[in-house]
Design a protein. Structure first.
Length: 92
């Protein structure tokens, strides 16, 4: 719900405001880049750029998942230990 509200407000801001948002700047930059690739012999650079972007996104995603796994495991251990402490207190 929060994400939907954010995108709705961003769309409203883009359509009603004369100012450019970061999404419009990115879209303009992608359009300029693709036009340059089509008009020149820059197809090799385009392939390398796309490969680098995919590699960076894959690395970022795997890093986030690794950190999430570590954090979740640590929280699980803390909760399990706290449960054992409370059960021991209740039994005594």
């Amino acid at each position: 719900a929060i994400l939907s509200g954010y995108h709705i407000s961003l769309q409203w801001k883009e359509s009603n405001s004369g100012n450019k948002t970061w999404r419009q700047y990115q879209a303009d930059t992608r359009e300029d880049w693709s036009r340059h690739v089509r008009e020149t012999e820059g197809w090799l650079y385009a392939i390398q750029t796309l490969r680098n972007a995919i590699t960076a996104q894959t690395f970022l995603a795997s890093t986030v998942l690794s950190l999430l796994t570590l954090i979740t495991g640590r929280i699980w251990d803390i909760l399990r230990n706290e449960t054992d402490v409370w059960q021991a207190r209740l039994l005594t």
